[in-house]
Design a protein around this ligand. Structure first.
Ligand code: ZN
Ligand code: ZN
Length: 641
């Protein structure tokens, strides 16, 4: 039998017979490692423990502590879920069941939606299957055999997946849990070796879904769950989820009367007075940041003739996501992004190199026709607005402009106590333009990222076909990541709109456009802030910054004077004149998380003071009105959290 060389992570080399499995390699290192092993990474690719090695390779054994184990465990648990569902609901058809950043899900076609009791039953069945220590067994079937099998099982979606995903392959891999009777899934793998290795999992919720996420397709039921390597990690995650639930922006938005939705306008927010106040603060804040940075604001139309969308390329590639309307036999489309309108503005006059960079900022509403089933709170909407801008630059200005944008992003996120994580996405396999242009642009972006001193990661090959980009996640108060800002270089749109500027050499040149947003969408950023602050808005954003609480009727006159003085200085002040006990009024203001409560009684009237209570600090003592006013204005200016 021929021998092969296995290189281990510590650099040592072992010679083993060809055909040795990954598990045997682990066992050769130590029986304990073999016991803990979940999978192997061979030549950089994760494989099942049962995989036989037939060539020299580097091998790493994956155990529960390995960062790569999480996806493996979660995906394997998704199979376990599907096995339990098909066992309990024999007519269920399986869709797909991937691991996600938070856990896993699996989509099913079922006769009726799952009820909460169903989840309990399914989870119990999963535990039963896990305790039976059933092996995940990889089998190679011919395409026809696999298709016939799933067809006969009444799983047309699997037949469709095999058709689509294995074109030109003679065989396809299918995984059984124990045997054909327990569960079979078409899957490339890998998985943990047996169901007993899945110890820490929990089903969380169900939702409506569609086959391939398309509302034209079959409705499905999605079951969400999560899984971890240990019970302890699972518990910590569930505590985090509880905390997240308390912070859910949909709940706080309702409690604080910030916004509402109505079935007659799916996915479009009604901003109520308090929500509008915050929205306007954010929008004004952003103007205050962008104008000194050299941006100018524009307002382009909301409805455009399809000619514009044809020119921009959206008609061919994005029409299904747009709201279309007709007028005088002309097809029109609601604006789904600001870029094409800004191209028209740039092209509307002769531009000189002296005009560049030209930075057009716009906050008007955008509409995208998202499937109604996917809409959720402020994070998945159909109508939204962005703190959008397009910076038109000369090729030589790319690096400096991107650096300016990065500094703005640092400044803005800093004001909200958020930390950005930056990711640079580079040239994909299919791209427009020349390798030289791409290399130059990527080098400039890296230089800018380094210049602002933030660590960044590189997603190789993840850029758009028309240019590299930088994406930003922000980490909120409970450690969750939200995708917000983007910086996207674009060589393509100026080409399509034939944009030019006259250079110092008196010749015409093509500008480059940088699409960028810092908040992203106002709606999504608002959701992030609500959950980040858990509804306890810092003073500068709080819709009601302070409430004056007269103890009795005879204190109302001074209370009104206090209110007028504060609101005259630009602060947002309410007064609670109801005939209620002061303790009750304080509790209510506290529940609404109003930053300051100003209690006014006999002594305060006499001394012309206010007794200040902080939302979290409690009793701060009596202070002359003017002192409190100045301190409050100072706190607003500093944007203290
Ligand atoms: Zn699988
Ligand atoms: Zn754009």
């Amino acid at each position: 039998m021929s021998q092969i060389s296995i290189t281990l992570p510590d650099g040592s080399i072992r010679t083993v017979p060809s055909g040795t499995t990954v598990l045997q390699v682990a066992d050769g290192i130590s029986p304990r490692l073999a016991k803990a092993a979940l999978a192997g990474v061979v030549g950089g690719r994760m494989v099942d423990l049962a995989t036989a090695l037939d060539a020299d390779a580097s091998v790493r054994i994956v155990t529960g502590d390995d960062p790569d184990a999480l996806g493996l465990i979660r995906h394997s648990t998704a199979h376990l879920l599907a096995a339990a569902v098909t066992n309990l609901f024999p007519s269920a058809q399986c869709g797909i069941g991937p691991a996600t950043d938070e856990g896993f899900f699996y989509d099913f076609v079922v006769e009726r939606p799952f009820a909460p009791e169903d989840l309990d039953r399914i989870e119990a069945k999963m535990r039963d299957l896990a305790s039976q220590d059933l092996p995940y067994d990889r089998q190679m079937w011919t395409r026809d055999e696999a298709k016939a099998f799933f067809d006969q099982r009444g799983e047309p979606l699997k037949v469709q997946l095999i058709d689509e995903k294995t074109v030109g392959q003679a065989t396809v891999s299918c995984y059984t849990i124990k045997d054909r009777d327990t569960f079979v899934d078409f899957c490339t793998g890998p998985h943990v070796p047996a169901t007993s290795r899945l110890k820490a999992f929990k089903l969380l919720s169900t939702s409506n879904a569609y086959w391939k996420g398309n509302a034209q397709n079959q409705p499905m039921q999605r079951v969400y769950g999560t899984a971890f390597a240990t019970e302890k990690l699972l518990k910590e995650h569930l505590v985090r989820l509880e905390e997240a639930k308390k912070r859910d922006h949909r709940k706080i938005g309702k409690d604080q009367k910030l916004f509402m939705f109505h079935p007659w306008a799916p996915g479009a927010t009604f901003w109520l007075p308090k929500g509008t106040t915050i929205f306007n603060s954010l929008s004004g804040y952003m103007r205050g940041v962008l104008f000194p940075a050299g941006y100018v604001e524009v307002k382009a139309p909301i409805i455009f003739n399809k000619a514009l969308w044809e020119r921009s390329g959206h008609w061919a590639h994005y029409r299904d996501n747009m709201f279309l309307v007709e007028s005088e036999n002309e097809q029109m489309g609601l604006k789904a992004m600001n870029c094409p309108g800004h191209m028209l503005i740039f092209g509307s006059e002769v531009r000189s190199y002296k005009d560049l960079p030209l930075r057009l900022h716009e906050q008007t509403a955008l509409h995208r026709n998202e499937a109604s089933g996917t809409l959720s709170g402020l994070t998945r909407v159909r109508q939204f607005s962005q703190d959008d801008a397009h910076c038109f630059v000369m090729e030589s200005q790319i690096g400096e402009e991107v650096e300016r944008i990065l500094r703005l992003i640092q400044q803005v996120y800093g004001d909200f106590g958020l930390t950005p994580e930056m990711k640079l996405s580079t040239r994909p396999a299919e791209f427009l333009g020349t390798v030289d242009t791409w290399d130059h642009a990527e080098a400039e972006l890296k230089r800018a990222l380094t210049a602002v001193g933030e660590p960044f990661t590189i997603n190789d090959g993840d850029g758009a076909f028309y240019g590299p980009k930088i994406d930003f996640d922000v980490v909120d108060a409970i450690g969750r990541k939200w995708q917000c800002a983007t910086i996207q270089l674009d060589y393509q749109l100026p080409e399509r709109f034939d944009l030019k500027y006259v250079g110092a050499d008196n010749a015409e040149h093509r500008p480059v456009v940088i699409h960028r947003a810092i908040f992203g969408s106002f709606e999504r950023f608002m959701a992030l802030l609500i959950e980040h602050y858990a509804g306890a808005w810092p003073l500068w954003l709080a819709p009601v910054q302070m409430v004056v609480l007269p103890i009795a009727d005879r204190h109302i006159e001074w209370a009104q004077e206090v209110q007028q003085a504060l609101s005259g200085a630009g602060l947002r002040v309410e007064i609670d004149e109801r005939v209620e006990k002061i303790g009750y009024k304080i509790r209510e203001a506290q529940l609404q998380k109003v930053p300051y409560m100003l209690v006014v009684g006999d002594r305060e009237v006499e001394e012309r003071t206010v007794a200040v209570r902080g939302r979290s600090a409690g009793d701060l003592g009596a202070r002359p009105l003017a002192d409190f006013l100045n301190a409050a204005l100072d706190e607003v200016r500093k944007k203290s959290a």
